[in-house]
Design a protein around this ligand. Sequence first.
Ligand code: AMP
Length: 306
Amino acid sequence: MGEDNESCKIGGMINQSPILILGSIGLDTIETKYGKRSELLGGSATYATIAAGLFSPIHLIGIVGSDFPEPAYKLLLKYTANTEDLIIENGPTFRWGGRYHGDGDDRDTLFTELGVFAEFDPVLSEQNRKARWVFLANIHPALQIKVLEQCQGNPLVVTDTMNLWIKTTSRELNEIVRCTNVLLISESELREYTGLDEVRDGAEKILMMGPEKVVIKLGSKGAICIDQNEEIKTGVYPVSKVIDPTGAGDVFGGGFISGLSQGLPIIEAMKRGTALASFCIEDFGMSMLDNITKSDIDERIALLEK
Ligand code: AMP
């Protein structure tokens, strides 16, 4: 990370700052109690980009294969301001399959086919190296490190992860956590990563590693942001039918960083993320997210306030 510029401050007023987003872009096959859908546009970066792209210019870093469908590409472009570092490579696109149990709190991964991701070696454009806001959506931490090493603008970094990396690549995960300003992590991942049962204890252990803040995603209980001084909580918008929970965390993250980059207080950024996530889970894939307006989001934020 660069040292010349003063780091972006959470709460600093920088409207319409571009956000660099790294993560997976792929095709998902999803089974829930409401049905099965195949080859849906998915991926951690895709969900985050659509959420954040409703508010901010997104510079997307990722890779898709030559089989990536044209309509999926067009949908992605709708929410992306800069695609200099979005590569189309000969070979198959990343694919992931998941099956949810019951009301959607638990899921099994049925398959993960890396395809062109296996050889992904991101080299950032000059413009993207200067980014001031970076969202490292869930992806192999070695790729997160590779991208961050190229960022010269001393950016504010929000990082997401998953249990797979806690189990398999903890050394690289520790490295990226040390360079992160805000870590997003689920309650169960926090326990697994820190070995501590109490949320506050786990968060404190992470704060000691470097992040200024830890946002713990509590699923149907909302989210809590913990730093050295305070704890800020949000609930959830009550959704009557959770059709497909895939991507809710990524959407929360996209909404959250777009709020921070526009100078919103933490609580407002969390509410934006929460409202967006509530739309995400109301249908399969991007169906709901791609059909909402800012006033739909504001309506849910207002209800969250009540
Ligand atoms: P979430 O429900 O927030 O865990 O995000 C689900 C999205 O993450 C899906 O659209 C998948 O395509 C993507 N995904 C699943 N496994 C991985 C992985 N190992 N690396 C990167 N992205 C993944």
